[in-house]
Unconditional design. Structure first.
Length: 372
């Protein structure tokens, strides 16, 4: 396949760093959430024509150890998880970035056509040679440790984007509850923290967004409360940087505060930004009792249709959230399925130019405009 698909949000480092999975080897996938399977392995990425993956660096928040007995117990036996809860988040984020750099460098030394692109020029070079490229992003601004100067530091390490919020209030951007009620860890008693949708960006959060605009890092509003998102929209964007939500659905199809309203979709489109459709039916069409036809690629296609109607064809992209805490559609379990998705979009009536935009051109436009 052509190497022109872009995935705005996936977690190869979660499984390679914390579970010791081999990035260069195929991994058998199964239905449902599986913490032990590496979906974003290199053979699957290349089979699906995924030329660029926004590789999310996620440092589990310390609150997880207290909030989730299962994860707290796992930290006893998982060395890196235990160290994570004992270490400063910023230091752990750097360690995971360095781990992914080594992982990719070792793969390349063995003949695999893969690189970590730490700048737009490096990404363009990778595309010209047909290499698969990983681009570092941060999921959760807790790793900044409320220090605005950390934005510049992570930019110097090649980080292209920061998802401001995540599971817990980090002093920068408050989160929505982003774990479905029927998710296994929630059934086990995890994620009990209550969301407060009235909370917006902190003063430090305003400074972080402004600094990201200034130096050319892309602001990702996924996980933020609607009030925090509104606060970001209100910040003067003199550099005309695009805003994104990398892994969500649409509020009109699933009225959850994690998902953008039609007005927000249009607002993000007006910045030149994109909405990355998540590969998780719970966020696309609702929770267990509401699903129309199980976990299926059709939910992704339906969401694309809605985004086009609400914000135009230039605002559509994909953010799978593969290897995060997700349950991907049964017929779209790993990156090799991106080709199937492209075909299904064509059969749904989208022309070749539109499909090319959805699969990668829109996301590349955001990188070109937002990353410096």
């Amino acid at each position: 396949m052509q190497n022109d698909t872009v995935d705005l949000h996936a977690h190869p480092s979660m499984k390679t760093f914390y579970a010791g999975k081999d990035f260069t080897k195929s991994s058998k996938t199964s239905k449902g959430f599986n913490p032990f399977t590496l979906r974003t392995n290199l053979p699957s990425l290349q089979a699906g024509g995924v030329g660029v993956t926004w590789s999310a660096i996620y440092v589990p928040e310390k609150q997880l150890q207290r909030d989730c007995k299962f994860i707290g117990a796992a930290s006893v036996t998982v060395k890196h998880l235990r160290r994570t809860f004992k270490s400063a988040p910023k230091a752990m984020a750097v360690e995971i970035i360095e781990h992914m750099n080594r992982t990719v460098a070792e793969a390349r030394s063995k003949g695999h056509n893969v690189v970590v692109a730490k700048s737009l020029s490096e990404l363009e070079a990778a595309q010209s040679t047909g290499d698969t490229a990983l681009v570092h992003t941060l999921e959760g601004a807790h790793v900044l440790e409320s220090d605005v100067a950390s934005v510049d530091y992570f930019a110097s390490l090649g980080v292209a984007s920061i998802t401001l919020a995540h599971f817990y209030d980090n002093g920068i951007a408050p989160p929505v509850d982003s774990i479905p009620d029927d998710f296994i860890l929630k059934k086990l008693g995890c994620f009990k923290a209550k969301e407060d949708l009235t909370k917006g960006l902190s003063a430090t959060g305003h400074q972080v967004v402004e600094r990201m605009y200034d130096i050319g890092m892309i602001v990702d509003l996924t996980h933020c409360t609607p009030k925090a998102r509104a606060d970001v929209y209100a910040i003067a964007n003199e550099r005309a940087r695009p805003l994104v939500m990398t892994h969500v659905g649409a509020h009109s199809l699933n009225a959850h505060p994690m998902n953008p309203t039609d007005e927000e979709i249009r607002g993000i489109a007006n910045t030149g930004g994109v909405i990355g459709v998540i590969f998780y039916s719970d966020w696309l069409v609702g929770h267990a009792g509401v699903k129309r036809s199980g976990d299926t690629i059709e939910h992704v296609v339906d969401t694309v249709k809605h985004l086009v109607n609400a914000g135009g064809e230039d605002c559509v992209s994909f953010g799978s959230d593969f290897d995060g805490m997700t349950d991907p559609p049964d017929d779209l379990r790993e990156p090799s399925g991106f080709g199937v998705l492209a075909d299904r979009l064509s059969r749904a009536g989208f022309n070749s130019g539109q499909v090319e935009k959805f699969m990668g051109k829109n996301a590349m436009r955001v990188l070109e405009a937002g990353w410096r």
